[in-house]
Design a protein. Sequence first.
Length: 271
Amino acid sequence: MKRTLLIAADSIRALLHKRLLVGLMVASIALTVVVSMMFSSARESMTESFAVQIDADPKSPTAKMTEKEKRQFKESMEEASFGFQMGFYFVASFGGTIVALFIFSTAISSEIRSGTIRVTLAKPVSRTQFLVGKYLGAVAVMAAYTAVASIAMVAFTHTQRIELSPALTYVPWLMFWKHLMLGAVAMLLSLFMHPIVASAITLFTGNGFYSDRNPLYYLLPSYGDFDLYREVFSGTLMDVADVGWLTLYAIDFVVVMLLLALWRFRKKEIV
């Protein structure tokens, strides 16, 4: 176990030196500023259309608004806030997908291409320890990415003084597991083909591209169930039991993919 954790730690250090990962982390923070500015602009536009200011100012024409106008304004503000939160969530999720595919597909294949894996395996390190260590290192980086994206979302809602969509309670957790599922598939396929090809295939292996009448719908992984775009936009909260079942599904799927990756890795010749 100690050797596995050492490999994971070394993997984290190596990943953090890659500019792409650092760039995506910074992009998440920059996105907060951009979306915040967009929401401010939209809020001002709606305020003008209803001829009212948000704060309770004595000079504000709020008092002249009818109850219907106030209700319309409130509903418009809620739709706008949830809409921008959904947009932020989509960008953060897509960015995490790109990060996951890049990290996991190159975790082992890059070591094989560079030849550094021979140095590591020459030591008292088994292939199982190497693969699991590389996966755990990538998991830690994805956890950091998820944390940054979540903090950015909370900061956005706090600075704009808007209500946080209830669905965002479970969004980070499910987004994290979706990325781990994608990563496990990418790592497995990267042991058969080039990382870029493996990443491209992984991106389109979900059953969301097929109807429930197609047998592939039941054979391919269900990534779409981990996306809560509709819940974020509507402001509804997902059932805790459903979150639990999705988590168990993701864990089972990751374990199966890692076992297949280990089987392939043990048989793969290291030139």
